[in-house]
Design a protein around this ligand. Structure first.
Ligand SMILES: [Zn+2]
Length: 212
């Protein structure tokens, strides 16, 4: 019968790279400064324990802001660290961050490709989870563009910027006219500032899906 404490007491050493990553988190996300200070006061530095706190901070940040620049910067740091780090760094990010947040769609949708690939498949966003945009083919509208009574949803398509019930009813554009306008302008993501485009977003493939 083994006592789990034996393993830790014997020769557990904190990998330097792992430790460095823990301290780097506050450089990109100053909001973690107090979290780190409290952790140091309690534990000196135990990266896995600290990353549990980082996970909770990230969840609170996602709930508060939907994706603050600090949270986005933290996720970028973890993405690059996962790519360049040693096995201990990868294990830290896998076990004490991804596993903590992977059931939280607000965070998962902000993950870059490598970390997204570490999320359990059943938590990953499915290819099409919403209603298709009849203008540009974007697959993830939250509501049907026209409601059962015939009125517009007033939802703005993040991809092409069409607002159902306004762009058509008030401004007089048909779906086809707006689509041609969007194509002519280079099929750019319409709402970059508020809703960053999905990783790997492919407007041409999305548009082609309309023709299927
Ligand atoms: Zn659209």
């Amino acid at each position: 019968m083994s006592d789990p404490h034996d393993d830790e007491d014997d020769d557990y050493e904190i990998d330097e790279e792992t430790r460095a990553l823990a301290f780097e988190t506050v450089d990109v996300a100053p909001g973690l400064t107090a979290v780190l200070a409290e952790h140091i006061a309690d534990y000196d530095m135990l990266p896995h324990v600290y990353f549990g706190d980082v996970s909770r901070w990230a969840e609170a940040e996602a709930a508060r802001s939907g994706g603050s620049s600090e949270l986005v910067a933290l996720l970028a740091l973890l993405e690059s660290s996962y790519l360049t780090g040693n096995g201990d760094v990868q294990n830290l990010i896998d076990a004490s961050f991804i596993e903590m947040v992977e059931d939280n769609p607000a965070i998962v949708k902000l993950l870059q490709p490598v970390l997204l690939s570490r999320v359990q498949p059943y938590y990953r966003p499915t290819k099409s989870v919403g209603y298709p945009c009849p203008v540009c083919g974007y697959s993830n509208l939250k509501e049907p563009p026209r409601l059962p009574g015939g009125g517009g949803s007033y939802e703005i398509c993040w991809s092409c910027g069409f607002e159902f019930g306004v762009t058509d009813d008030d401004n007089g554009y048909s779906y086809l006219q707006w689509r041609e306008r969007w194509i002519a302008s280079g099929m750019s993501w319409a709402t970059e500032a508020n809703h960053p485009r999905p990783k790997g977003w492919d407007p041409a493939a999305q548009l082609a899906s309309l023709m299927d």
